[in-house]
Ligand binder design. Structure first.
Ligand code: NAD
Length: 268
């Protein structure tokens, strides 16, 4: 585990919804996680980013290199974040990877890798963070939360996403079970369910297409809203769920999907 030289605490660090709070964002060096880390920073949090490759961590955040499949590295990074930021109030478990295919297309090793990162990665992060979160919940009731980045794939029945959907279904169930286990400790646990979000992840998928521009246009046309979701729009939902404004909200899944799930439309 290494750190970049950037110092925690960025613009607005002294005010906003997250004033005096410390946050850890996994997968916070790209896409949705980077947008979340930047927004929490701008709203006053001291922010640590845990990422396999933390070079893209937003300025003013504490960048920690760790792989969420490595329990010891995750523990070390979480403890270091709490140590350097002065505790931990907010955990955003967001690191995740995708896989395309039906149940026949991915072998056991591919399934296990996906579950190891997308599901156990959250378990390892949350397990390491809970002692810190408990302490924070005693000091600042209503201010302590875990938010997972799930996906509409958890419940939508998307084609060609068997392993990914199963992993996100587990994330949804994990969120609900953790919400029940920790509600009396003052630790709220929620998730966001993004639709298709315009991140480097989607960029990588489009790059594999014969005609990326045409593929992108087709992807947009399939969205009920006619466009992809912006990472910043998902970050707004995460920030809302994680802020003390949502002190009564736990065990909920917040769709940020341009209507993909609620309108009962399916990508074709
Ligand atoms: P992204 O690829 O832009 O960012 C993912 C980040 O996670 C990267 O910085 C990467 O280095 C990090 N990461 C990956 N594996 C890791 C590991 N083993 N340990 C530590 N860090 C690791 O992707 P994104 O689109 O921002 O996706 C973030 C989350 O949002 C994922 O959980 C994904 O399932 C979810 N999501 C994305 C979309 C979408 O359309 N982009 C839709 C729904 C849900």
């Amino acid at each position: 585990m290494t750190t970049t030289p950037s110092a925690p605490g960025g613009p607005g660090a002294s005010g906003g919804d997250f004033a005096g709070m410390a946050a850890l964002v996994t997968g916070g060096a790209s896409g949705i996680g980077a947008a979340v880390a930047a927004l929490l920073r701008d709203r006053g949090a001291r922010v640590a980013v845990l990422d396999l490759d933390p070079t893209g961590a937003p300025d003013g955040t504490l960048a920690l290199k760790a792989d969420v499949t490595d329990d010891a590295a995750v523990r070390a990074a979480v403890d270091r974040a709490a140590d350097e930021l002065g505790g931990l109030h907010t955990v955003v478990g967001n690191a995740g990877v995708g896989a395309i295919g039906t149940v026949e297309d991915n072998n056991d090793a591919e399934w296990q890798r996906l579950l190891d990162i997308n599901v156990l990665g959250l378990v390892r992060t949350d397990r390491a963070a809970l002692p810190h979160l408990r302490r924070a919940a005693v000091e600042r009731p209503g201010h302590v939360s875990v938010t997972h980045t799930c996906s509409i794939a958890a419940t939508a029945g998307l084609p060609q996403r068997a392993a990914y959907s199963a992993s996100k279904g587990a994330v949804l169930s994990l969120t609900l079970a953790m919400a029940a286990d920790h509600v009396r400790e003052g630790i709220r646990v929620n998730c966001v369910n993004p639709g298709t979000v315009d991140t480097p992840w989607v960029g990588r998928l489009l790059d594999q297409a014969d005609d990326p521009a045409a593929e992108r246009a087709a992807l947009e046309a399939r969205q009920p809203a006619g466009r992809l979701v912006a990472a910043e729009e998902v970050a707004e939902a995460v920030a809302h769920l994680a802020s003390p404004r949502s002190a009564a909200v736990t065990g909920t899944a917040f769709a940020v999907d341009g209507g993909m799930q609620g309108l009962r439309l399916r990508p074709t």
